[in-house]
Structure formats: C-alpha cells, structure tokens
Design a protein around this ligand. Structure first.
Ligand code: GLN
Length: 265
C-alpha cells in the first residue's frame, strides 16, 4: 500500500529586514500599523491558500558592535509570545531580520524550521515554496557537499535554499549574486516556485521578489524591506516580480534576476 501523502499546499510567510540607526525591535516589528505582528494574523497580500502565519516566528539581530547575529525563535504565533513583546522593547539594533511562518503543508512545524536561518555572520529567510519538493530539487542538492546536506538546519525547502545560497556566499559571491543565481537555478528546475529570499550580513541586505510581494523603503537614515509595507508613509516602493534588490542604509539597487540553468556551477 503506498504511503499516505499530503499535497503541498501553497502558503507563504512574511518577512522583514532593516538596516539603519539602532532601533528597538518593538518599534520595528510590533508597533507599526501594518507591522510584521499584524501581518502574522491579518496579512493583506498573501496570494496563496494561507490565512494566518501562526506556525512560529523568529527575529535575528546584530547587537551593537557585534558582527555575529543573535536569534530568538519560537514555534508559537508571534502574537502569543508575551516574552518576545517584552524582550523586543528592550533590544536595540541597527540590523534586524525577522519572519513569521506559515509552514508549507508537509513540512515540520518546529522551531528549527523558523526563519531566520543562520550561519556565521549571515541571516536568511524564505517566503514561499519550491514546487515538486523534494524530487524537483534532487539534482541541485546533489551539487552540495554531503556535509552541507547532513547539517541542514531543518528538513525544509527553505533550509535547502539556504544551504545553496550559503555555499555561494562562502565562495565569495555578493549577497545579490548568490540570491539571484540560486533563484534562477531553482526556477529552471522547479518552475512556478515562490522564491522570496532575504539575506543580510549586518551591513548589506539582498532580497528577491519571485511570484510574491515585496516592498522596500529608504528613509530616516535606513532601509527596510518587507513582504508588505509596514505603514502608510511615503517612500515605499513595490519590487517588481523577477527582481533582486541589494540595499544598504543609503542605497537601493534593483536588478532583474539573470536567467540561468540548474546545471550552472
Ligand atoms: N516553505 C517554507 C516553510 O515551510 C516557507 C513557508 C512559507 O513561506 N509559507 O518553512
């Protein structure tokens, strides 16, 4: 008898990154009128089957003067974590990446699957899903060193995407190059995938918009990238589909994702 299987349902999380003058996490993530907290239970632009992002959340930040980020992740909804609300008001940082998760059906609901995923000085998040998972990714995954596969942060599409991106960062590619190349490779092998990827090293961030929403705002000495604008202030720009954004607190560069194939090294 074949093993029971669950159809991968299309669900998409929400994520946000900020670089700029140090601000407390509550001001960044909880207080804005359409904050990440609000987007967890009342998102405005999900473009998928999900209604809420209740399968956990995570925040990563670089303590002032530190090159290596700290993470706080939980497998409960962000709105249910009173400890985080208190912590967020007391923690300040000039580089933050956070996400609320709506687990793709068939993938584990566990703390280690919550973004940001991390390695060394990098923080990473993925909004979306890889079509045909896991078979569609077998060939690309086989290009990774076995130890990378054995040490995936979680058994999810997002964690494999992070391993593919991380290998390129370690090899010296820029954040934007690594995201753009991996996104193009995955689209070539798993067309229709939703691949909003987000990565930072604490001084620069890069983010892709692929079949899902993304907005960027430069202002007040900093830059913010989010699945949906967090407030109604002027300056939010929608990132066009199929583009990668690279940003610092004072610059935003948006470029089309170059096409490539799964075979490219
Ligand atoms: N597929 C990823 C996961 O399950 C991301 C989910 C999402 O964006 N909804 O963690």
């Amino acid at each position: 008898m074949p093993a029971p299987s669950i159809r991968l349902v299309d669900r998409v999380c929400r994520h946000l990154a900020y670089l700029g003058p140090p601000r407390d996490l509550a001001t960044l993530l909880l207080h804005p009128p359409h904050s990440l907290l609000r987007q967890s239970f009342a998102p405005g632009d999900m473009r998928c089957d999900a209604v809420v992002n209740a399968d956990g959340f995570g925040a990563g930040w670089y303590p002032e003067g530190a090159a290596i980020p700290v993470r706080y992740r939980r497998v409960i909804p962000i709105w249910a974590d009173t400890s985080f609300a208190a912590l967020a008001g007391a923690v300040r940082s000039g580089a933050v990446l956070a996400a609320v998760r709506s687990a793709t059906v068939g993938m584990p609901v566990t703390e280690i699957a919550c973004s940001p995923l991390s390695s060394g000085r990098w923080l990473f998040s993925h909004n979306g899903m890889v079509t045909g998972w896991p078979d569609s990714m077998a060939k690309l995954a086989s290009q990774l060193p076995v130890t990378d596969l054995l040490t995936l942060e979680a058994p999810t599409d997002s964690a494999l995407l992070w391993a593919l991106v991380r290998r390129r960062l370690v090899a010296g590619e820029t954040l934007g190059q690594a995201l753009g190349t991996v996104t193009a490779q995955v689209l070539a092998t798993a067309p229709g995938s939703k691949l909003n990827l987000l990565v930072t090293d604490g001084t620069t961030l890069a983010a892709t918009a692929v079949h899902h929403a993304l907005a960027v705002r430069l202002g007040d000495g900093g830059v913010q990238v989010c699945s949906e604008p967090t407030d109604h202030r002027a300056g939010w720009e929608r990132v066009p589909d199929g583009h990668v954004v690279t940003a610092t607190p004072f610059t935003v560069d948006t470029a089309p994702i170059p096409s490539t194939t799964a075979e490219e090294p």
